[in-house]
Write a protein that binds this ligand. Structure first.
Ligand SMILES: NC(=O)c1ccc[n+]([C@@H]2O[C@H](COP(=O)([O-])OP(=O)(O)OC[C@H]3O[C@@H](n4cnc5c(N)ncnc54)[C@H](O)[C@@H]3O)[C@@H](O)[C@H]2O)c1
Length: 264
């Protein structure tokens, strides 16, 4: 089935990828375009977002790339204005940007803690602040926030600032969902489990010693015997972005192959 997002304009933040391969944001941007959306792809890394745009262009899709730091108020205001100028409005806001850092209260610096909360949580407040009036003006739409099972469960290593940021995102999502329900704007969170993406190779390998050990351990932790990937996240996002989820708001869509069903 194609065309599930025909006529929609989607802002996707973190639409690049931190390394080679498919990150959640990159896969989601490409999938949204394949389903007919005009994709306004945002990333702090110009090369990474240009690569995503090139993939979408190569497939005949419609994409504009934009470089911005989504934790910066003025940059977010400008990116929303640029999207509206270029595409005439906003229907879907996909808040994918998120950092991961290993560490607990005694090892995380205050600066690292502040950066985590600014990039992971404040960014979503800012994009909502500037995009929601435009989504409301279209008669409704969808906001999707990337949280994590770390909001409620241990990932097997200390990541206090990451877990705190993801817990805040799920609470923020529920609150926005209720405030905007009457305006037909849905707001939902996706909680991926252990996913094999460039992000984990770059950010959590240290907790396991080496990349191979990390992949093996994480696969073994998963009830299905393997980690999910960026397309599992993107397909969940597609459902929440499309009108098929028109009566779904404020949920935490867990995409984890059953890992949160386990006691240990
Ligand atoms: N991979 C997993 O196992 C997993 C599990 C649960 C949740 N998640 C969530 O998925 C999301 C990201 O996944 P991904 O695979 O796309 O990661 P990624 O790191 O590959 O891509 C994220 C992109 O965000 C960009 N970015 C970082 N800071 C930015 C900023 N301040 N402004 C604009 N862009 C910025 C990066 O340049 C990068 O291209 C995060 O919210 C993460 O917490 C991932």
């Amino acid at each position: 089935m194609a065309g599930r997002l025909d006529g929609k304009v989607a802002i996707v933040t973190g639409a690049g990828s931190i390394g080679p391969g498919w990150g959640n944001g990159k896969a989601t941007a490409v999938l949204f375009a394949r389903e007919g959306a005009k994709v306004f792809a945002v990333d702090i890394n110009g090369e990474a977002v240009a690569e995503t745009k090139a993939i979408i262009d190569g497939e005949g899709g419609d994409c504009l790339s934009h470089v911005a730091d989504v934790s910066d108020d003025r940059a977010v205001s400008a990116l929303v204005d640029t999207c509206v100028e270029a595409y005439g409005g906003v229907d879907i806001l996909h808040n994918n940007v998120g950092l991961v850092e290993v560490g607990g209260p005694e090892t995380l610096s205050e600066a690292a803690w502040d950066r985590m909360l600014a990039v992971n949580v404040k960014s979503m407040y800012l994009t909502c602040r500037y995009a929601l009036p435009h989504i409301v003006a279209r008669g409704g739409g969808s906001v999707i926030n990337l949280s994590s099972i770390a909001a409620t469960h241990s990932l097997g290593y200390p990541c206090a600032s990451y877990a705190a940021s993801k817990g805040a995102i799920t609470a923020f999502t529920r609150n926005v969902a209720l405030e905007y329900a009457a305006k037909k704007v849905r707001c939902n969170a996706i909680l991926p489990g252990l996913m094999d993406t460039p992000l984990i190779r770059a950010s959590v390998t240290g907790a396991y010693g080496a990349v191979e050990a990390m992949i093996e351990r994480r696969n073994a932790q998963c009830p299905m015997g393997f980690m999910g990937n960026a397309w599992d996240t993107a397909n969940a996002a597609l459902f929440l972005a499309s009108d098929e989820s028109r009566y779904v708001t404020g949920i935490e869509l867990v995409v984890d192959g059953g890992i949160t069903l386990k006691v240990s």
